[in-house]
Design a protein around this ligand. Structure first.
Ligand code: G3H
Length: 329
């Protein structure tokens, strides 16, 4: 592989979507939501085998996947050292020789995602990079701490420098069909975030049905969520394709009715490059190219980047086509 294309960069256009302002809770809309489980599961089964991501373009799609990763560490044994190493990886996610062989520069991950205590370390380590710090708040992952403490946690995280807050909803509101309580909770979380963007984690593996997933998605968007996110990564079932189809279609529905674009973040257990390609193709199919930008799409993932880097290494050392650059246009 030569370095003929070394000037090519993959900086993204600086399009920042206006925040979703939310709207009054429309219960008739929420109650009319149906989810045809068997049709969704049939459709989800066809996704991994689809051919729209051609081999020549895979490198471009994987580069885009990197730009959409919320590079995450959410472990009880997190240390400043670990967070600093992760931030260095977020700034330079590809080994220099791989980036050079691909002819790209300036690639960065979408964000870093950490617990509250690690925000200041991450902000410091990312200074000047433009990479935002996302913090999980509101008693992550169960979201069962006293309400006023969850609100205070959001406010502390914003004060510490988090530009994005990943909140967890109270699953019991969904399981008991108390949509007003879910709306009020999300509205309060949203208000506490101030200027920070807010991602609503539904913990879909604990919501029981796909219809509940669809309804919770809509309510969080009505209450002003900028993103809806599948999972904390700590549930026994995390991001899946059927759940993603349901949430993505809820985003489409919300956009058609209100004109506001809400982002999507599948999270938990996404660790293979080929899975990332399936998710990107799904976003393109269902929502179009606009949702393939990091202000509207993120992977919540701790180990996906390692596999993508391995695949790109294989790509530049194996059969190669310069066709990848066209897919970045
Ligand atoms: O939000 C992100 C998830 O916690 C990451 O989950 P993962 O470690 O399975 O990639």
């Amino acid at each position: 592989m030569t370095t003929q294309t070394a000037q090519t960069t993959t900086h993204l256009p600086q399009t920042i979507e206006p925040r979703n302002p939310g709207m009054d809770l429309d219960l008739s809309w929420v109650r009319s939501v149906q989810a045809n489980t068997s049709a969704i599961e049939r459709r989800a089964k066809t996704l991994p085998g689809r051919r729209s991501v051609k081999k020549d373009y895979q490198a471009a799609w994987l580069l885009r996947a990197i730009q959409c990763i919320d590079l995450t560490t959410l472990s009880g044994d997190d240390t400043s050292e670990r967070v600093r190493r992760l931030c260095a990886k977020a700034r330079t996610p590809l080994r220099a020789d791989i980036a050079e062989a691909l002819g790209v520069s300036g690639i960065q991950t979408g964000a870093i995602c950490v617990y509250h205590d690690m925000i200041e370390t991450a902000v410091d380590a990312l200074a000047g990079s433009g990479i935002p710090v996302a913090a999980v708040s509101t008693g992550f992952p169960a979201g069962l701490s006293p309400f006023h403490l969850r609100i205070a946690e959001i406010e502390e995280s914003v004060k510490a420098g988090a530009a994005e807050i990943d909140i967890v909803i109270s699953r019991r509101h969904v399981l008991s069909g108390d949509w007003q309580a879910l709306y009020d909770e999300m509205r309060a979380f949203r208000a506490s975030c101030g200027d920070a963007h807010v991602k609503a984690i539904l913990a879909t593996g604990e919501l029981g049905t796909l219809r509940n997933v669809a309804r919770a998605s809509l309510i969080c968007m009505m209450a002003g969520a900028d993103f809806i996110k599948t999972s904390t990564g700590k549930e026994s079932v995390n991001a899946t394709l059927p759940v993603s189809l349901v949430m993505i279609r809820a985003i489409r529905d919300y956009h058609e009715r209100t004109g506001y674009r809400v982002g999507y973040k599948p999270a938990g257990g996404i660790s293979k490059a080929k899975d990332a390609l399936v998710y990107l193709a799904l976003m393109k199919d269902e929502l179009g190219d606009r949702w393939l930008q990091p202000d509207l799409f993120r992977f919540g993932a701790s180990s996906l980047l390692n596999d993508i880097e391995r695949q790109l290494e294989h790509h530049v050392t194996g059969a190669y086509s310069a066709g990848y650059r066209h897919a970045l246009a």
